[in-house]
Design a protein around this ligand. Structure first.
Ligand SMILES: [Zn+2]
Length: 279
């Protein structure tokens, strides 16, 4: 997919949707709200009836609301037991299959926990699994961007550096840049210069294409010293979303911006409206 600009949408069906368990209704609500895209959340399992996925594909195409997806939380490519690694691989493949049926071209997931292992060892293991996943998806003829998420807890694999390295070594891999997580994880990167620096680095390491087809997450966030995260609405959080949008604008970034504040569409609309005022 090629983009003209940033597309704004919600992580899951908007709260104002009457049937909150209907992603098809969710896409219609996104359209009504004047938003641009929607992320399918498979946080608690990857199940969807075939008629739902084909209906989703249709409504997404007709209303011009492209979809992204988010895999289950219980994925850990660095699990202690091999069978847990295997089932994590299966969950990612299952998410890819259903996303593909729905017409989504970009999927994100939390790849692994360090489990107190050395980040280098964890990287090798994640890389190995990603190659297996890529190979199996290509045999299934499924073309989808695999985007490990920039995670917010220091116990989770998914720093900016790790995602950049993984993108360089695995062909279908790209980063899902969660800027709220980046802020929580590092305790910094929360002003215009910090955001510009991050984007410049991504561009330098991964090429201009990385800014032309982004998959971004934004929400309000708070974190404590134990690394516990809480997603908040933007106006309750210190996260400097205005500066982030200015930096994204000045770098002419394009792609998906998925809002996962608790109030979902309210913040998504606020982000889109503010972005629209920038010159
Ligand atoms: Zn996530």
């Amino acid at each position: 997919m090629s983009f003209d600009t940033l597309l704004f949408g919600t992580a899951g069906v908007p709260n104002a949707t009457q049937r909150k368990n209907s992603p098809v209704d969710g896409v219609q609500k996104i359209h009504e709200l004047g938003l641009d895209c929607m992320q399918l959340e498979f946080a608690h399992g990857v199940r969807m009836k075939e008629e739902v996925s084909s209906a989703l594909r249709k409504v997404s195409y007709e209303l011009n609301v492209p979809l992204t997806s988010h895999g289950p939380y219980y994925i850990n490519l660095n699990a202690r037991e091999q069978d847990k690694i295997d089932s994590s691989v299966e969950r990612i493949i299952q998410t890819a299959k259903i996303s593909d049926l729905c017409g989504a071209e970009s999927m994100t997931f939390h790849a692994a926990f360090y489990m107190k292992d050395s980040p280098y060892d964890v990287f090798d293991l994640v890389e190995k699994s990603m190659n297996v996943i890529e190979e199996r998806l290509s045999r299934l003829d499924i073309e989808i961007e695999l985007r490990p998420e920039l995670t917010g807890k220091t116990s989770q694999f998914g720093s900016l550096e790790e995602l950049i390295s993984l993108t360089k070594s695995v062909m279908s891999c790209k980063p899902c840049l969660d800027f709220s997580h980046l802020f929580a994880r590092t305790g910094e990167v929360n002003d215009y210069d910090g955001f510009m620096e991050t984007l410049t680095r991504v561009e330098r390491e991964l090429g201009r294409a990385a800014l032309d087809e982004m998959h971004i997450h934004i929400s309000g966030i708070s974190s404590n010293s134990k690394g516990d995260l809480k997603h908040l609405n933007l106006d309750q959080s210190k996260f400097n979303w205005r500066d982030l949008l200015k930096a994204l604008k000045d770098k002419s970034c394009k792609g998906y911006v998925i809002c996962n504040s608790p109030n979902l569409e309210k913040d998504a609309v606020m982000l889109k409206e503010f972005f629209g005022t920038l010159q």
